[in-house]
Design a protein around this ligand. Structure first.
Ligand SMILES: [Zn+2]
Length: 351
């Protein structure tokens, strides 16, 4: 994608002429869309992307163990863990330790962090926020614990049974919609949802700690990851923010970046996502007219090409607006805005 590399620096609509497939040279030389050049002098160089906002850098967690993790007790007995890219948590109770996710990038070090933070306390429970291996492939580091209760949504357990994922523990306690637990007297509420994975996600809520965990959703301080956290359910994703905000929470663990989220982060992510949706919807009534103009441009010889030109034009106009409105509020907007707009464009075609 040629335009976004430059657009944050100069915010110039004229650049759109070079976006994706250039309408100035159809059928001749053009760069494939969605490319960023690794050459420093190239107009689409990676060097043109904005760096992280200072406010984001200030909030970033710092490594505070000698084994390369950040571990902090955010509420009595509740520990937040991050390798600055992935996030998980564990809860120390009188009955035992409850682990919430174990990314493969630090599964063994998570076990070490627990044993240092809660010496002598058995690890009794492991809760999966969802089945994906990048958040739970570190389960192997807990596989030797006898009698470990591994809890997941029934749909996730079913899909893991038919398609095991490397390092992800096999659930031995499942639930359909919701499960209320009390471990060592600490209430834990699990609720199935559909905002990310293709089967089921689980919202993990600790009411006493005002802690809500919903993984692969927001990225506090940043625009969402590509295609809205690679969601497989855009409608579920869009609706999830109000669901999250209906909980009484102060800490929001989203699984990514080093920053632990707040209510404000969830509200900002909601407003961003809705702005992308509204922006595409605002252009959408012109789709047919624009498509016919591109059909004319391609001399009615190439319907697929006209369609792609139309989709890219709408995506790119949306991205320019979004970057313009949000690049002072969230980091990496210039990097991912086009993917968010494209996700909504694809959704709009089908709905
Ligand atoms: Zn995931």
């Amino acid at each position: 994608m040629r335009y976004f590399a430059s657009v944050s620096a100069v915010a110039c609509l004229a650049i759109l002429g070079s976006a994706g497939i250039s309408t100035a040279g159809v059928g001749h030389e053009h760069n494939p869309a969605n490319t960023i050049s690794t050459e420093v002098d190239h107009p689409d160089s990676f060097r043109h992307f904005a760096s992280e906002l200072p406010a984001m850098r200030e909030r970033a967690a710092q490594i505070n163990t000698d084994f390369g993790l950040h571990v902090s007790e955010i509420e009595p007995g509740l520990f937040f863990v991050t390798d600055l890219i992935y996030q998980s948590a564990f809860l120390v109770t009188d009955e035992g330790v409850v682990v919430f996710d174990a990314p493969p990038s630090y599964g063994e070090r998570l076990r070490m962090a627990i044993e240092i933070s809660a010496p002598g306390v058995p690890i009794t429970h492991f809760v999966l926020s969802h089945k994906h291996a990048d958040h739970n492939g570190g389960g192997f580091a807990f596989a030797d614990i006898e009698g470990l209760t591994v809890i997941a949504a029934q749909d996730s357990a079913d899909s893991l049974a038919s398609n095991p994922l490397r390092g992800v523990l096999t659930p031995n306690e499942t639930f359909e919609e919701a499960l209320s637990l009390s471990i060592g007297g600490v209430p834990i509420e699990l609720q199935a949802a559909n905002f990310h994975a293709n089967d089921t996600d689980v919202m993990i809520y600790l009411p006493e700690q005002k802690f809500l965990m919903a993984v692969d959703t927001i990225t506090p301080g940043e625009a969402p990851f590509m295609n809205f956290g690679a969601t497989s359910n855009l409608e579920g994703y869009m609706a999830s923010f109000d669901t999250f905000l209906s909980y009484n929470f102060e800490h929001f663990l989203s699984g990514h970046v080093s920053v632990l989220g707040t209510r404000q982060d969830v509200e900002t992510a909601r407003d961003y996502a809705h702005d992308v949706k509204d922006t595409v919807n605002g252009i959408w009534p012109e789709f047919l007219d624009r498509f016919m103009a591109h059909m004319e441009l391609t001399e009615f010889q190439h319907g697929n090409l006209a369609y792609r030109l139309t989709m890219e034009e709408i995506r790119d106009e949306c991205a320019v607006e979004i970057i313009d409105r949000w690049d002072g509020t969230l980091s990496v907007v210039d990097l991912w805005a086009d993917s968010h707009c494209e996700t909504v464009v694809l959704h709009a075609i089908m709905h």
